[in-house]
Design a protein around this ligand. Structure first.
Ligand code: DC
Length: 233
């Protein structure tokens, strides 16, 4: 196998995709892209425009006219990307409970998914790429060189999310309800539901450290390439 190696990393909320994906990309010197920020940016744009999330026509117009730019982070607040909407930095608004509460509905829209496909595919250029999402291996990049589905139990994923948010332990039940609700919408939507691609390797991340998961994926890449992948200095 030659040419840039493309890894599709899918799985439910809180399975560790973005942490693992960023670490994997940085270890291999690959480009990292988290597609979830696009759905979150559309959710922010829809909310600002007062759009009814059931109005497919309005969502279609929004997704074709909206000006979203995703670029490497310029602020050291833990973000993985800068996300600009109409030139303004909306990154801090992307991971609020308000956006968490509506983003699965936005991501269930056929108009939104259709409108974001090319933008996602254009991210794969002449370099190794790790792309993270829900339908990367099944829909966005079906010819990816390696497809990995990361999973963990809902309670483990809720615990990690809470830790990430830095919230009090009393919030665990709320976070679990929110994760299970989003799982339900993501997995049951009519278009590009969260499913494991037939040719994906599933890794249960429960009880594993980030480095152990990254090691497993690097091992899979080595197998696929038949040699050690080049690691950046
Ligand atoms: O990964 P995340 O929590 O930032 O994703 C936000 C929402 O977008 C979530 O409801 C799943 C959805 N999503 C999707 O449907 N397809 C993707 N490729 C990425 C995210």
């Amino acid at each position: 196998m030659s040419g840039p190696f493309v890894v599709a990393l899918d799985g439910p909320a809180g399975a560790g995709k973005s942490t693992v994906g960023e670490r994997l990309a940085s270890r291999l010197g690959y480009f990292y892209f988290d597609t979830g920020v696009l759905y979150r940016a559309i959710a922010v744009a829809a909310r600002r425009a007062g759009i009814d999330l059931l109005d497919e026509g309005a969502l279609a117009r929004l997704v074709t006219s909206v000006d979203i730019l995703v670029r490497p982070p310029t602020v050291g607040d833990g973000r993985q990307h800068d996300v600009l909407l109409g030139g303004g930095d909306i990154t801090p608004s992307l991971r609020t409970p308000e956006v968490d509460g509506i983003v699965s509905q936005v991501a269930a829209s056929a108009a939104v998914r259709h409108g974001l496909i090319d933008l996602q595919r254009r991210q794969v250029q002449g370099t190794g790429t790790v792309m993270v999402g829900r339908d990367i291996g099944t829909v966005v990049l079906p010819a990816a060189d390696l497809k990995v589905f990361l999973d963990a139990s809902p309670s483990e994923r809720a615990r990690r999310r809470l830790q990430q948010e830095g919230g009090p332990v009393e919030d665990l039940a709320r976070v679990l309800v929110s994760i299970e609700r989003r799982d339900g919408i993501d997995a049951s939507r009519a278009i590009a539901p969260l499913t494991v691609a037939a040719d994906a390797a599933t890794i249960d991340t429960e009880g594993l450290t980030v480095e152990q998961v990254v090691d497993q994926i690097v091992g899979l890449i080595e197998q696929r390439r038949g040699r050690r992948p080049r690691v950046s200095a």
